[in-house]
Design a protein around this ligand. Structure first.
Ligand SMILES: NC(=O)c1ccc[n+]([C@@H]2O[C@H](COP(=O)([O-])OP(=O)(O)OC[C@H]3O[C@@H](n4cnc5c(N)ncnc54)[C@H](O)[C@@H]3O)[C@@H](O)[C@H]2O)c1
Length: 249
């Protein structure tokens, strides 16, 4: 098992890419903390894991709340003694029809950028105590390039995640904490997606993907698995696109 003995926190673990990551991590032997705003959905992910013999716990968390983070870290340490892996995956979509909306810009920065910073800030002391760790920050292909169907706040926030990841990789390397970013491409729509849920828009998005199809949530989860495991022990500060070749063009 590729994560045997490791403890992992997955934010946004109640849905989509996060739920798949939580499931695959647990199958590979990790004890998983599913942290999300959505309690019912998060507890369902935990039941799925535990009913197939894995270990997982749900904690309610708003990633924008520093004291909520403190509590989740405290609870995880009580439950599982240490934290080896954080997947900063929680996020909100920027696919809104009003691309000049100020509140959307602010929400993007608050959840998608600041939430990731707060997560790193909260887990680093525990990782230091454990002798190291792996942090995986979920950015997007939108952290590299713009799209006409996405609010620019989403690109700006995902770009911030990309660069903050590199800063963290450099700053925490002496503590043996690796920090990498993963950049999904066209995946199934997020719960909060608006314009990108429209079948006509999706057709155009998929037409721009060299591999010619939407990505599967497991394809991102497996990239996360590699970066979480010791197989990637000499890899830090990278940006890993999982996008069917979208940004290679
Ligand atoms: N779906 C895509 O096309 C796509 C593409 C590129 C990148 N991403 C990124 O992948 C990540 C996961 O997206 P997904 O497709 O699984 O979407 P999703 O909507 O299915 O899941 C996101 C999860 O994050 C949670 N969340 C949102 N705000 C939160 C907050 N403040 N505190 C705690 N939890 C919160 C939601 O409740 C939800 O469970 C996001 O960061 C997203 O930006 C998604």
């Amino acid at each position: 098992m590729r994560l045997k003995g490791k403890v992992a926190i997955v934010t946004g673990g109640a849905s989509g890419l996060g739920a798949s990551t939580a499931n695959i991590f647990a199958k590979e032997g990790a004890k998983v903390v599913v942290a999300d705003l959505l309690q019912t959905e998060g507890e369902a992910v935990v039941s799925e894991i535990t009913s197939s013999g894995g270990a997982a716990t749900f904690y309610e968390l708003n990633v924008t709340d520093p004291s909520g983070w403190e509590q989740v870290v405290k609870n995880a340490l009580v439950a599982y003694d240490k934290i080896d892996v954080l997947v900063n995956n929680a996020g909100v979509s920027g696919s809104t029809p009003d691309r000049m909306n100020i509140d959307v810009w602010d929400q993007q920065m608050e959840v998608n950028a600041r939430g990731v910073f707060l997560g790193m800030r909260a887990v680093v002391p525990a990782m230091r105590d454990a002798g190291g760790g792996s942090i995986i920050n979920i950015s997007s292909m939108s952290g590299f390039v713009g799209q006409d169907y996405v609010h620019m706040g989403y690109n700006a926030a995902k770009g911030a995640v990309r660069l903050a990841t590199k800063a963290a990789a450099v700053q925490f390397a002496p503590d043996n904490i690796r920090v990498n970013s993963v950049h999904p491409g066209v995946m199934p729509p997020m719960r909060s997606s608006q314009t990108t849920s429209d079948p006509e828009v999706r057709k155009k998005m998929i037409a721009a993907v060299p591999l010619g199809r939407e990505g599967r949530v497991q394809e991102v989860a497996f990239a996360n698995l590699f970066l979480a495991s010791d197989e990637s022990s000499y890899i830090t500060g990278i940006e890993l696109p999982v996008d069917g070749g979208y940004i290679a063009q």
